[in-house]
Ligand binder design. Structure first.
Ligand code: NAI
Length: 428
């Protein structure tokens, strides 16, 4: 029997690599789920209260085992979900297959797709005519606001997972182009304090090691950008014995890095001594031609910021006499008597070559996603077309639940202390 031809109004049901991978994916999703206790509590609550009943969610997130658990929570809350990847290299194909086969979720994601198919996946996801968007990097929201504006009327609100997405959305808000309220999940403390710092810190190193298996001890390890991700990465690289060098443009962050014990210098100086470079700035062309030219033979370059634009790979390709793949996720660029190795085409190294953040931190990030979706359903009418922070009550509740799940006790204020903290009369 030939493949059914889709009519114009028909929605493509899914697009994944191979449904036969579903069983493997199922086990992987369960493994992650066991380490996401806060999300499990929310799921139980959602099963009872069904806060997302009748709501269609279009999600554009890294299709990993942790995301699969979030999708299951939204489904437990009554939502109908379409999911695509937020990066061409971040999909776990077995997880995508399992979500389709075992959870009835429409997934459009295949690891390694080209840019055209990547955007095709976003478009298929949007075909569900969503009421809520859940984005990571704002690609889906951008397509919606440019090419699919006819769908805007159905939307009550959205959420955004990462720093880069929040920056893009704030710029849309400033230009008065944002057409519905979006909750900046990234800005919750229970998100960026942990996910960006400890999650990116550990998993970026994991990605570099899986791709290269180089020894970090004694190496000059250059961290470009000392924000939440950069701090975590520097801390973990240093813990493995690397000599960490930080490059920053912000004087406060640079000063913090100095006092945290790292060498701080500009990109040109770092280019000369670095042996491993990782960008985590959310900015464009932070390592470019002039820097590649100064690097030592054998330098390894990776990016863990949201987009691969942090590395000017076009210039590197142009200046190179030769390029070849030396092993999976490692490409060698040769020019003069030098070789520079770029990992995973400059895409988020932790998701491309490793498995992304550990489930324990995604537990909190995705608890924020689920509770923000619930919040949107109840409060969207009162919100303006702006980027909002996650309500503080949600942030605190997630921290409390996480501590509970870890069996960590909290001290309580005595009545005297409460009074003292609220008054100005008492001195020494
Ligand atoms: P952040 O805003 O806390 O830090 C970025 C830092 O880069 C800032 O301190 C800024 O001053 C610095 N910077 C900007 N341009 C620079 C330049 N040309 N040279 C040196 N430093 C420069 O942002 P955060 O949360 O650390 O995120 C960074 C990037 O990582 C974003 O693209 C974000 O979306 C992404 N991200 C990636 C994750 C992953 O799984 N790999 C997880 C979380 C965030």
């Amino acid at each position: 029997m030939g493949m059914a031809v889709m009519s114009k109004t028909e929605v493509k049901p899914y697009d994944v690599k191979d449904l036969n991978l579903a069983q493997e994916g199922k086990l992987r999703i369960e493994w992650a789920g066991d380490q996401m206790p806060v999300l499990a509590i929310i799921k139980n609550e959602f099963l009872k209260t069904k806060p997302l009943k009748g709501i269609k969610v279009a999600a554009c997130l890294h299709v990993t085992s942790e995301t699969a658990n979030l999708m299951r929570v939204l489904k437990a809350g009554g939502a109908q979900i379409s999911l695509c990847a937020s990066n061409p290299l971040s999909t776990q194909d077995d997880v995508a297959a399992s979500l389709v086969k075992h959870d009835g979720i429409s997934v459009y994601a295949i690891k390694g797709v080209d840019s055209k198919r990547y955007y095709q996946h976003i478009n298929w996801t949007l075909d569900c005519e969503p009421n809520i968007t859940m984005d990571d990097g704002a690609d889906l929201v951008t397509v919606l606001h440019t090419k699919r504006r006819n769908l805007l009327d159905n939307i009550i609100g959205g959420t955004e997972e990462t720093t880069t997405g929040v920056i893009r959305l704030k710029s849309m808000e400033k230009d008065k182009k944002l057409m519905y309220p979006i909750i900046a999940v990234n800005n919750a403390k229970t998100k960026h304090f942990f996910d960006n710092r400890y999650g990116t810190g550990q998993s970026t190193i994991d990605g570099i090691l899986r791709a290269t298996n180089v020894l970090l001890a004694g190496k000059y390890f250059v961290v470009v950008g000392y924000g939440w991700c950069g701090r975590g990465l520097a801390m973990r690289a240093s813990g493995m014995g690397a000599k960490v060098v930080v490059v920053e443009i912000d004087p406060l962050k640079a000063l913090e890095a100095v006092m945290d014990g790292y060498e701080v210098m500009d990109m040109k100086a770092a280019a000369k001594i670095g042996e491993i470079f990782v960008t985590v700035t959310g900015n464009i062309s932070v390592i470019r031609k002039e820097h590649f030219n100064l690097m030592k033979d054998g330098a390894i370059v990776a990016n863990s910021g949201h987009f691969n634009v942090e590395l000017d790979l076009e210039s590197l390709a142009k200046m190179s006499d030769k390029r070849r793949k030396v092993k999976e996720f490692v490409e060698e660029f040769s020019f003069g008597d030098k070789r520079v190795y770029v990992l995973a085409e400059g895409r988020l190294i932790n998701l491309a070559a490793a498995e992304g953040h550990p489930a324990q931190v995604m537990d909190m990030s995705f608890a924020n996603q689920s509770l923000s979706a619930e919040f949107l359903v109840s409060a969207a009418k009162e919100l303006e077309k702006k980027v909002y922070d996650v309500p503080e009550a949600i942030d605190k509740e997630i921290a409390r639940l996480k501590l509970n799940s870890m069996d960590v006790g909290l001290e309580k204020l005595t009545p005297e202390q409460k009074k003292y903290l609220a008054s100005w009369h008492m001195g020494t």
